[in-house]
Ligand binder design. Structure first.
Ligand SMILES: NC(=O)c1ccc[n+]([C@@H]2O[C@H](COP(=O)([O-])OP(=O)(O)OC[C@H]3O[C@@H](n4cnc5c(N)ncnc54)[C@H](OP(=O)(O)O)[C@@H]3O)[C@@H](O)[C@H]2O)c1
Length: 284
């Protein structure tokens, strides 16, 4: 039996990992959120990992509210940088692996071709900068690490797909930005990709997003098409939808390390979204 300590276990990605291993007698998932283990507290983290002695720590905990991070810089750094630092120190001390989840926001978002793992990071806001600091701490303090950068996540929790479906209940027209492009990624796909690495020694930094590229407006149109909703999507620019934190215009990541090492292939974003919408219907 292998124990996986999943911090932020009740978040979207944490739930997808639990879903993947449900009924698997070889794997025990130990889930924590702030209530059980606040990852910003080094002594608590060391004590917890000592008692638990997991095979691996999977850190899904993060301050993910991108705009709020601009106003809560210290908290963002505590959760997104000190948290993974603490977990890495504990992982190293007790000889376990660590998997850190990171983001496309570590890049400037002004490229003209998909970012590879070897490209230079240049975060544009507090969220991205704090996540990059977290990546750097993981590299500094642990030896058996995986860093997986993902983007545009949706799963069991609050996300863009659910927001669009909620808005569609009482609107027949919605404004959605069309000048930011990326790859919508299902947490269920990402969990499979994580599973393909965690029991190996194929360490390093990986990009992990569904295949294909679209804008938020294209994504919304596909959600409404699959849900059979007659909602008109007005394509607007980011200037027409001001937000506190600057969003990367070009958020496309190439899963290059997966391709050249273990060969894991993510589903195309349309197919993953179709699966997800089926799953949502089953939950209703
Ligand atoms: N969502 C996206 O579009 C996206 C895109 C790229 C990368 N990512 C990354 O993917 C990972 C998973 O994202 P997600 O969407 O699953 O996040 P999520 O749903 O927001 O879940 C994050 C979890 O972290 C927990 N948490 C916050 N502060 C904590 C602390 N001090 N100690 C312990 N737990 C704490 C939260 O608990 P509470 O709810 O109790 O605070 C929550 O359960 C994150 O690393 C994120 O940066 C996400």
């Amino acid at each position: 039996m292998k124990k996986l300590l999943i911090t932020g276990g009740n978040g979207q990605l944490g739930r997808a990992i639990n879903n993947l291993y449900a009924g698997n007698s070889e794997i025990e998932c130990i889930n924590t959120d702030v209530g059980e283990l606040d990852i910003t507290k080094l002594e608590d983290v060391i004590e917890f990992v000592d008692k638990c002695r997991p095979y691996a720590i999977i850190n899904c905990a993060a301050h993910t509210a991108v705009d709020l991070c601009e106003d809560q810089e210290e908290l963002a750094y505590k959760i997104n940088a000190i948290g993974p630092r603490n977990l890495s120190i504990a992982a190293e001390k007790f000889g376990c692996k660590i998997m850190q989840i990171s983001t496309d926001y570590v890049f400037a978002g002004d490229a003209s071709k998909p970012y590879r793992e070897f490209d230079i990071a240049a975060p544009q806001g507090v969220y991205g900068a704090s996540k990059l600091a977290g990546e750097n701490f993981v590299k500094e303090f642990s030896t058996k690490y995986f860093i997986i950068r993902t983007a545009w996540l949706y799963g069991d929790g609050k996300n863009f797909v659910k927001t669009m479906l909620r808005l569609a209940e009482d609107r027949n027209e919605i404004n959605v930005v069309c000048d930011q492009v990326g790859s919508p990624t299902s947490t269920f796909e990402l969990a499979k990709a994580m599973d393909s690495l965690i029991f190996t020694e194929n360490y390093g930094t990986f990009h992990g997003t569904c295949e294909g590229v679209c804008s938020w407006a294209d994504f919304a149109e596909e959600i409404f098409r699959l849900a059979g909703k007659d909602v008109k999507v007005n394509h607007i620019t980011s200037d027409q939808y001001p937000a506190k934190a600057k969003r990367p215009a070009y958020s496309v990541l190439e899963n290059y390390m997966f391709k050249i090492t273990n060969g894991f292939m993510f589903a195309d974003w349309h197919d993953a979204l179709t699966e997800y919408m089926k799953w949502l219907n089953e939950q209703a």
